[in-house]
Design a binder for this molecule. Structure first.
Ligand code: FBP
Ligand code: MN
Length: 634
C-alpha cells in the first residue's frame, strides 16, 4: 500500500515535470546540461564577517574579489606586462568609471590602448568563465552587451584566422561607435561576477563603523549571498520591530561612534529632540559627552524595565541602576563591592522610581519607536536578513554561525528554557531561529523583548557572554569590565569539541569546519584564525577600525574553491581615492588552510546532490515517454 502510494506520487510528480519538459528532446537536452554542470569544478565561495559598517573596505574587497583578481592577472600577464601595468589593469577592473575618468583627464585614451585593454580583459574573462557552463556565463553578462560578449568569449580567437578577423572587427566597431566605456563597464562587471560564485557574511554588518546601510544596499543587489545573523544585526532587527531597549542600544552604539548619517539620512531617524534634550539637561562641565550621558541613563532604565518584565531571564544581578548613589557617585555591583562612578550627572534620576523615564525621555523614545518601525529603508534591510539570512547555515560541509552554542564546562550542550521549551544543541538553534522570525512579524511587547534577550543574554547563540555595559559606562576601574563568556568560547579550540558540534549538524567529513566570527582574532598577540586542528576558523579580523589596534589586521576573507580553503588577511585600507591615484590595493597575506584530497566538482557539493536527483527524475520522465506512460506534447 505504502509503496503503491509512493509510485502514484512519483507519477504525479513526473506529470508536473512534463509540463516543463514536454518532449523527449527537451528532457534529453536538460539531462545533458545537468550532467555537464556536475562535472565542472565547484564554484568559489567567499566568507566575510564582522564588517561593522566599514563600507569602503568591504566594497573594495568585493571589487578585488578578496585579491583573487590580482592573482589571475598575475597568472596570465606576468610574462608580458610589468608590475605597474598589471596594477593599473587591476584598478581598472575594480573601479572602471573612476579609473577611466582619471586617465581621460590626463591624456585622451588612444585606440591602440583601448583595444589592447579590451583584449586583456577578454582573456581574463575567458579564464574565469572556464569554470562555468556557457549558459551560466551568458546569464551573468549585463544584458546590453550579452550577445557581443558571448561572441567574443567563446570560440577562442586563435582557433582560426577567420575567427580572429571577426573578433578584430567587433573590437573596431566597439571603438568606432564610441562604446568603449560601456563595454569596459560590462566586461569588468562580468569579471568580478565570475570571480566569486557565492558570498557568505557571517554576521555583524552593523554598528561601530558608519555605513552599514550602504553595505546592505550592496548585498541586496549581489548575485548570490547569504547572511548568518550577528548580535549587532539582531539588535537592529529588534529595533526595527519596535523594541525600546534595542532601539536605545542602537542609538547608543552609534552616538558613541558619531554615526549620524546612518540614523538620520540612512533611515530617517530624527536625533534633533534628543540632542536638544541632552544639551539642556546634562552638564557641560565634565569631560563626558552629554549625549552619551543622556543615552546611558535611558538605556539602563529601558533595560531595567525589561529585566523586571522577564524574571525568567534570571538577570537580577544585572539590575544595577537602582543601586547607585547618584549624588555621591557610587555604584554597588551584585557582589556588594562598591566603585566610584565617573559621573554624578543624573538629572532625570528618581531614587523612588529609578527605572521610570522622565516625560521628556518618554516622548523621545516614543518618537524613535515610530521612526524605527516606519523607516521604509530599515524595514527593507531587515526583511533581507530574513529572506537571505538565518541563525546558522550548513553548506558544502561547513557550518557557519556568528557566535556559538550554549555548553557546560564539560563540553556538553547545555539546556536552555526559552518560551516554554527546554532545548539544547541544534534543536535550540532551530528554535531560536524560528522565534526570531515569528517575533519579527508579530511585534508584540514580548516579541520585541525577545530581540533584546538575543542581544544581551549569555544564553543567546549570537552573544554568549554577560554584557557589562553598566560597568563599561560608569566605572573607570577596568577590572570590572571583562565579560565572562560561555564555556563554548574556550572549548571550541579543541578538535573533539568542534567535531561534536559538527556532528550535531550532520557534518562528519574530515573536510568539515565551523566558520564563525564574533570574537576578534588578536593576531598582534599571536592568536590565529585557524584553530582546533583546522576544525574551527574564526574570521573576525577587524574590518572594524576601532578594533584594528588589537587585531593588527583589517579583516579576513576565507576562500573555498575546488582546490581547498585559503584565508586572506587584509591590511588596512585607506580609501578609494588612494587606490586610484597610487594603484594601491589592499595588500593581503594568504594562508592555505587545507587542500582537498581531490578537486571538488559541482557533483560533490550540496547543490550537486540536488542536480543528481533532478537527473534521476528526468531519466524517469524519459522512460515514461518511451514506455508510453506519459504522452509527449508537441
Ligand atoms: O559582537 P561584538 O562585536 O563583540 O560586540 C559586542 C560587544 O560590544 C560591547 O558593547 C562594547 O562595544 P564597544 O567596543 O563599541 O565599546 C561589549 O559590551 C560587547 O561585548
Ligand atoms: Mn558579534
Amino acid at each position: 500500500m505504502e509503496s503503491k502510494n509512493r509510485t502514484e506520487e512519483h507519477r504525479k510528480y513526473l506529470e508536473l515535470l512534463a509540463r516543463e519538459f514536454p518532449t523527449q528532446e527537451a528532457t534529453i537536452t536538460e539531462i545533458i546540461n545537468l550532467q555537464a554542470i556536475i562535472n565542472l569544478p565547484k564554484g568559489t565561495e567567499h566568507f566575510m564577517s564582522d564588517l561593522h559598517g566599514e563600507y569602503e573596505a568591504f566594497y573594495h574587497i568585493l571589487n578585488n574579489s578578496s585579491g583573487v583578481i590580482r592573482e589571475k592577472v598575475d597568472m596570465l600577464f606576468t610574462e608580458t606586462m610589468n608590475d605597474r601595468d598589471r596594477k593599473n589593469l587591476c584598478t581598472l577592473i575594480y573601479y572602471p568609471k573612476e579609473k577611466l575618468d582619471m586617465m581621460d583627464k590626463d591624456n585622451p585614451i588612444t585606440e591602440t590602448w583601448a583595444k589592447m585593454t579590451l583584449r586583456r580583459l577578454l582573456r581574463l574573462a575567458r579564464l574565469l568563465s572556464s569554470k562555468y557552463t556557457r549558459s551560466k556565463v551568458r546569464k551573468a553578462m549585463p544584458e546590453g552587451f550579452r550577445y557581443v560578449l558571448d561572441e567574443l568569449l567563446h570560440a577562442l580567437p586563435d582557433e582560426d584566422q577567420n575567427r580572429y578577423v571577426y573578433h578584430a572587427k567587433i573590437l573596431d566597431t566597439i571603438w568606432e561607435t564610441g562604446s568603449f566605456r560601456p563595454f569596459v563597464y560590462a566586461l569588468t562587471y562580468l569579471i568580478k561576477r565570475l570571480a566569486v560564485d557565492h558570498l557568505h557574511i557571517v554576521g555583524d554588518i552593523y554598528d561601530r563603523g558608519p555605513y552599514a546601510h550602504k553595505i546592505m544596499d550592496r548585498l541586496m543587489v549581489h548575485h548570490s549571498v547569504d547572511v548568518q545573523w550577528g548580535n549587532h544585526d539582531v539588535l537592529w532587527m529588534g529595533a526595527a520591530a519596535g523594541s525600546i531597549p534595542c532601539i536605545i542600544n542602537v542609538i547608543r552604539n552609534n552616538v558613541r561612534y558619531n554615526n549620524w548619517e546612518i540614523l538620520e539620512n540612512g533611515y530617517g531617524i530624527s536625533m534633533r529632540d534628543f540632542v536638544v534634550f541632552s544639551a539642556e539637561n546634562y552638564r557641560k562641565d565634565e569631560s563626558k559627552n552629554a549625549l552619551v550621558k543622556a543615552i546611558n541613563v535611558m538605556l539602563f532604565k529601558a533595560e531595567g524595565q525589561a529585566m523586571l518584565r522577564h524574571p525568567e531571564f534570571k538577570m537580577e544581578d544585572r539590575l544595577l541602576f537602582d543601586k547607585i548613589d547618584p549624588v555621591k557617585g557610587i555604584a554597588t555591583l551584585s557582589d556588594g563591592a562598591q566603585y566610584e562612578m565617573n559621573t554624578t550627572d543624573f538629572p532625570t534620576y528618581d531614587p523612588e522610581h529609578p527605572y521610570e523615564y522622565s516625560p521628556e525621555e518618554e516622548k523621545i523614545i516614543e518618537d524613535w519607536q515610530w521612526d524605527f518601525m516606519n523607516s521604509e529603508a530599515l524595514q527593507r534591510h531587515m526583511d533581507f536578513f530574513f529572506s537571505h539570512g538565518s541563525l546558522y547555515k550548513v553548506m558544502n560541509g561547513n557550518l557557519m554561525f556568528h557566535g556559538g552554542l550554549p555548553m557546560d564546562e564539560e563540553g556538553n550542550f547545555r539546556d536552555v528554557t526559552l518560551w516554554g521549551k527546554t532545548l539544547k544543541g541544534r534543536a535550540y538553534m532551530d528554535w531560536v531561529d524560528h522565534l526570531c522570525r515569528v517575533c519579527y512579524r508579530r511585534r508584540k511587547l514580548e516579541d520585541q523583548d525577545f530581540f533584546w534577550f538575543m542581544w544581551i543574554h549569555p544564553d543567546s547563540p549570537v552573544t554568549g557572554r554577560t554584557i557589562k555595559t553598566f560597568e563599561r559606562s560608569y566605572i573607570d576601574d577596568e577590572s570590572t569590565w571583562p565579560e565572562p563568556q560561555d564555556p563554548y568560547y574556550k572549548l571550541h579550540r579543541k578538535k573533539e569539541i568542534c567535531e561534536k558540534v559538527l556532528h550535531e549538524f550532520g557534518l562528519d567529513s574530515p573536510q568539515s569546519h565551523i566558520i564563525n566570527g564574533h570574537t576578534p582574532v588578536k593576531v598582534a598577540k599571536g592568536d590565529t584564525p585557524v584553530r582546533a586542528g583546522g576544525k574551527e576558523i574564526c574570521i573576525d579580523g577587524g574590518f572594524c577600525k576601532a578594533y584594528q589596534k588589537s587585531t593588527g589586521i583589517a579583516g579576513y576573507t576565507l576562500i573555498f574553491n575546488s582546490h581547498g580553503i585559503r584565508i586572506k588577511a587584509h591590511y588596512p585600507f585607506q580609501d578609494i581615492e588612494h587606490v586610484l591615484t597610487t594603484n594601491a590595493d589592499i595588500d593581503s597575506v594568504t594562508t592555505q588552510v587545507e587542500m582537498e584530497p581531490k578537486r571538488v566538482m559541482i557533483g560533490d557539493t550540496d547543490n550537486g546532490q540536488n542536480l543528481k536527483q533532478q537527473i534521476s527524475d528526468l531519466t524517469d520522465l524519459l522512460k515514461a515517454y518511451r514506455d508510453g506512460k506519459i504522452m509527449e506534447k508537441r
